[in-house]
Design a protein around this ligand. Structure first.
Ligand code: MLT
Length: 210
């Protein structure tokens, strides 16, 4: 069931396995808070799932920020929505008693996750960015030491050119993040390769019980 206990419509599923970090699920254009729940369950079974719905509508399709054209972002809106999403994450952490989440974003959701990393360093413990792009023409100065990033791009992606995902990997790496970038022989859509690589990468966050 979707709820609105904080400022955004979202779903929250509590953890069944407290050794896993919570996942912040950020959907692509035209989806909603329900879309990535099955993927979250597949890649991190038992983790708490926090899944907000994007607040912008483009021809009735939810998104996390406005764009001027495909791949051309309204950066002022992106900055504002990113800061609102950061506020929501703080609220949700207090409301549900969860630690700093690891973001799992697809497409538009991956793009706002990249923006969250750069505008609010330290808020996310890490981020799995599936088909993400460079969010800002001028990158905000951010230090991301201690933040892990998984970047899964498609070499045949018609929306995200290979050079753009390579540039995003370089931006995040230069900011100090530990970046694992896998260009996959895929388009914009997700595949079992994305699921397997994300699952393996997330397992690196699991705390070992004393
Ligand atoms: C975006 O607008 O974030 C990107 O073009 C990806 C998309 O949503 O299609």
């Amino acid at each position: 069931m979707s709820t609105r206990v904080t400022d955004l419509i979202h779903r929250f599923e509590p953890a069944a396995d407290a050794t896993l970090p919570p996942l912040l699920l950020l959907h692509g254009t035209g989806a909603d808070e329900n879309d990535l729940i099955p993927l979250g369950r597949m890649v991190a079974p038992g983790a708490a799932l926090l899944s907000p719905r994007g607040t912008v509508l483009e021809n009735g399709m939810p998104r996390f920020f406005r764009r001027l054209a495909e791949g051309v972002f309204d950066e002022e809106d992106l900055r504002q929505r990113t800061d609102e999403l950061a506020g929501f994450i703080h609220q949700a952490q207090a409301e549900y008693g969860i630690a700093a989440p690891v973001a799992l974003g697809f497409s538009n959701g991956a793009n706002i996750a990249a923006s969250l990393l750069l505008r609010h360093p330290g808020l996310l413990r890490g981020a799995a960015l599936l088909r993400a792009m460079v969010p800002f023409r001028e990158t905000p100065p951010a230090r991301l030491e201690g933040t892990k990033v998984l970047l899964l791009s498609g070499t045949a992606d018609p929306i995200v050119p290979a050079a753009n995902s390579a540039a995003l990997a370089a931006i995040l790496g230069d900011a100090g993040a530990t970046v694992a970038h896998h260009p996959l022989p895929l388009g914009h859509g997700l595949s079992q390769m994305d699921v397997a690589l994300t699952r393996e990468w997330l397992a690196g966050f699991q705390e070992t019980k004393a």
